[in-house]
Design a protein around this ligand. Structure first.
Ligand SMILES: Nc1ncnc2c1ncn2[C@@H]1O[C@H](COP(=O)(O)OP(=O)(O)OP(=O)(O)O)[C@@H](O)[C@H]1O
Length: 246
């Protein structure tokens, strides 16, 4: 299988403390992956490295078929290469409608000059309608984002990221604060998205991870402790010890 993102032997220290320690990770172009691990395992730092927010002390981060090194690139450039990140807290424009939020995300994709002369065209409205359908907000297009439930805001933000057509989507704890029904819908959105792109989900909720039905990477002390199906990793003695704090 071809590789979209290849992280090799990456180490990051903060004041001498190794938050990431010889970490290697790779993911294919249409793959879902869950990353789990106890608090402080390095999950956020890992995403910070991939998005260019944190520069590693050593190692390689290679992107795409052209095997581009992401290490020298700015966060903005990495985003333009097709890496989108969804933070835990939704950051939608509350005073704008769902449709306006999605349109804004679409026009962001088209660069600063086109934003100046932007008029929504039929094609954009059709794309927004398709995105709204994908995230389950087709009947909410005219509602102000600020009136949506927490779960709906999260879906809107996922939709805004999908509008930019990322090749890799990094999602931080999507299930946090959601009702069971919202979690189920979120699973469906992510599973659908991973059919055409890579999706990496960092999540503490094991039931949510189980429903994603994907390969799981367990991080511990900045390294990969185990990798495989959820059943495989949760049966691993080292993983059990780490989670039980032994
Ligand atoms: N900027 C920083 N300066 C100093 N230490 C840091 C910094 N960022 C992270 N760390 C430390 O690096 C380790 C890994 O942190 P990180 O946030 O990546 O873990 P995590 O797996 O995301 O944890 P959680 O599940 O609690 O979000 C922790 O011990 C953290 O305190």
């Amino acid at each position: 299988m071809s590789t979209l993102l290849e992280v090799s032997d990456v180490t990051v220290s903060f004041d001498g403390f190794r938050a990431i320690n010889n970490l290697s990770f790779h993911i294919g172009p249409a793959e879902m992956r869950a990353i789990i691990g106890p608090n402080g395992a390095g999950k956020t730092t890992f995403m910070d490295i991939v998005t260019g927010k944190t520069k590693p002390d050593k190692g390689r981060v290679i992107w795409g078929a052209r095997r581009l090194s992401l290490l020298g690139l700015s966060e903005a450039r990495i985003a333009r290469e097709g890496i989108g990140r969804k933070f835990q807290k939704p950051t939608v424009f509350e005073d704008q409608s769902v449709q306006e939020n999605l349109l804004m995300a679409l026009k962001n994709r088209r660069g600063p000059l086109s934003v100046l002369f932007y008029r929504p065209m039929a094609a954009h409205l059709a794309r927004v309608a398709a995105l709204a359908e994908e995230i389950g907000l087709a009947d909410q297009l005219q509602r102000k984002a600020g009136e949506l439930s927490h779960g709906q805001k999260q879906w809107l933000e996922i939709g805004m990221l999908l509008a930019q057509e990322p090749k890799l989507l990094l999602v931080d704890e999507p299930a946090a604060g959601m009702t069971p029904a919202e979690r189920e819908h979120t699973t469906n959105i992510l599973v659908e998205a991973a059919k055409t792109r890579a999706v990496v989900v960092v999540e503490h909720d094991m039931e949510f991870v189980r429903r994603l039905g994907c390969k799981v990477t367990v991080l511990h002390e900045g390294s990969v402790l185990a990798e495989g199906s959820l059943d495989h990793v949760t049966a691993d003695k080292e993983v059990i010890d780490v989670y039980l704090g032994r």
